[in-house]
Write a protein that binds this ligand. Structure first.
Ligand code: DMJ
Length: 581
């Protein structure tokens, strides 16, 4: 299969490393340091010469003055220290009793941070101490701006339309509050966190007679509730998660056990969408982290069993070099054979969750790793190609109907470098990391190619003689301010420590501030190719949940504040604990 493509297989030997700090910058820095040292040395010599010219009496006067001053300072310091200590103590007692400071809460509860989740496993709660540098402070301000606009104009609705100042509902589940809450927690934004938590406690209900998308609600709402439960240990979050999980379970009631795409949470019934008998492959395979965590937290195995059976069933199905078509029939449990194969829309997180489930379960489920390795091999051999003239590596799509390769890449595909790097950090082959480094550079170019420094939804590549490697069609030039590229930057930064990824992230952040920021929040844009893009008037919940969270984590001085050896981060950027099995 794919025989016509074999001659263009990628050569991973010629990868393009990300640029480093220039020699000129290094030279300037070292010369500045030398000049400073010289100045300090000269002024020390002058003081010593003056001291030697003083008489014995003058020197005794100076000694006496120093002794008296030091004694007075010490006395003052001791009494102030006592005052400050007693003030701090009072503040801590106050804070812990009204639960008003996240950072303080973490300190007071230091003894309680370990929760025994089973006889054999101890899971630690993380402690977040807020922003540590100017870039992180800037991202926190962006989050506050987005939250404020949403609060004023769309509180309790799914999304804010920040230009018109209107609300938009998709599932009527207060998506922006629920999805964005753990970002507020991680940033140490106490007021925003408390008001969001209060809304969830009193207003988030799952009883409405309304169809919702099973996958979206699982990754955004169930995932967020479980993360907030894990962070805060507030049982309210777990109760909500359990209620929601039970109402989502009918999705698995198809003849094959492959979930239906739509669920009515109020009537507890599920079905395929009106327009198709099929479910999306990425959707049915991107709920397992959340359902497993729900089982572990509630000690009720039904959720994990239903979701794991889906992975198991898909493992049994025939694939094309480890790659899967993007539609699957929940009645027959088989793939739609002529569907596209892609790591973009509808295919992406199938690959992501193979690796992440393997990590979540302490690397104990071998078939998940086998399927992941086979899939990445398939990506390398059949979907990874080079463009012309500069041989940029990209991941294209394969149309199984016409058996043709399509040189186009969704922005969604830019999750892949992060996932590859995560796999490499967990012992997978070196060439996975080489692929990650090359691909993230291409993703960077999809931003850098435009005056807005923002990437389009889809990028097309030239493979035969051309002047430009990539181009954007008018219909694909919009931006929803998606997270996948900054997500990968964070993985690459945490895993390699290479500051270039932070610099790239800062360039993207500035593009967002310049072109997407409006009075009431941040808006998606119609055309990243234009210096004056028209706003599409929508602030997606993943902008708060993912884009801003990943930027904040990317700019941290301590790159392990969400430590990838302890957490597996779901497809909507909600961190969940890694288990032993
Ligand atoms: C998010 O809702 C999730 O990351 C999902 O898996 C795919 N894409 C959007 C953001 O782009």
């Amino acid at each position: 299969m794919y025989s016509s493509q074999v001659d263009t297989k990628i050569d991973l030997g010629s990868q393009l490393p990300p640029p480093k700090t220039s020699k000129l910058e290094q030279w300037m820095k070292s010369n500045e340091d030398k000049a400073l040292q010289l100045e300090q040395f000269i002024s020390h010599r002058k003081i010593i010469r003056r001291w030697n010219r003083l008489s014995r009496f003058q020197r005794s006067l100076v000694y006496g003055f120093i002794v008296i001053t030091v004694t007075v300072i010490m006395l003052l310091y001791t009494s102030q220290g006592e005052n400050a200590e007693s003030k701090n103590k009072k503040k801590m007692e106050q804070d812990s009793s009204n639960n008003s400071s996240l950072v303080m809460e973490a300190a007071v509860n230091a003894a309680l941070i370990k929760k025994i989740v089973s006889d054999t496993e101890i899971i630690e709660r993380p402690i977040f101490t807020g922003p540590s540098n100017a870039r992180q402070f800037a991202v926190v301000e962006s989050f506050k701006h987005a939250w404020k606009g949403y609060k004023e104009h769309a509180w309790g609705h799914d999304n804010l339309k920040p230009v018109s100042g209107m609300a938009y509902d998709w599932f009527s589940l207060g998506l922006t509050i629920v999805d964005g809450l753990d970002t507020a927690y991680i940033m140490g934004l106490n007021d925003e966190y408390e008001e969001g938590k209060q809304w969830i406690k009193t207003d988030l209900v799952f009883t409405k007679n309304k169809d919702v998308n099973f996958f979206e609600v699982t990754i955004r709402v169930l995932g967020a509730l479980l993360t907030n439960y894990h962070f805060s240990q507030d049982s309210m979050f777990l109760e909500k998660a359990k209620d929601l999980g039970e109402r989502l379970m009918p999705a698995f009631s198809s003849p094959s056990g492959i979930p239906y795409s739509d669920v009515n949470l109020g009537t507890r019934s599920a079905h395929s969408p009106e327009w198709s008998h099929y479910s999306t492959t990425a959707e049915v395979t991107t709920v397992q982290l959340e359902f497993r965590e729900l089982s572990r937290a509630t000690e009720n195995t039904v959720f994990e069993e239903a979701a794991a059976a889906v992975s198991d069933k898909i493992h049994q199905l025939p694939k094309r070099n480890g790659l899967v078509p993007i539609f699957i029939n929940p009645n027959t449990g088989t793939f739609l054979q002529h569907a596209t194969i892609t790591l973009g829309a509808r295919g992406d997180s199938y690959y992501e969750y193979l690796l992440k489930q393997w990590i979540q379960t302490g690397k104990t489920i071998n078939y998940l790793l086998d399927d992941y390795l086979a899939a990445i091999e398939g990506v390398k051999d059949y979907l990874a190609k080079r463009s012309s003239p500069n041989k940029r590596l990209f991941i294209g799509e394969f149309s199984t109907g016409s058996e043709t390769f399509n040189p186009k890449m969704d922005h969604l595909t830019c999750f892949l470098p992060g996932t590859l790097a995560l796999g490499h950090a967990n012992g997978l082959p070196d060439w996975h990391m080489i692929l990650a480094e090359e691909l993230i550079y291409t993703c960077y170019l999809t931003y850098a190619a435009h005056p807005t420094f923002l990437a389009p939804e889809i990028t097309h590549f030239n493979m035969a003689s051309a002047t430009e490697d990539m181009y954007t069609k008018a219909a694909d030039a919009h931006s929803l301010l998606r997270p996948e590229f900054v997500e990968s930057l964070w993985y690459m930064y945490q895993i390699t420590g290479n500051n270039t990824y932070q610099e790239w992230g800062w360039q993207i952040y500035q593009g967002l501030e310049r072109y997407a920021k409006v009075d009431n929040g941040y808006t998606s844009l119609n055309n990243v190719k234009s210096e004056k893009p028209i706003p599409r008037d929508m602030m997606e919940s993943f902008f708060l949940s993912e884009t801003l969270k990943y930027l904040y984590l990317l700019f941290a001085d301590d790159r392990f504040i969400v430590d990838l050896s302890k957490y597996v981060v779901n497809s909507e950027a909600h961190p969940l604990p890694i288990h032993k099995n």
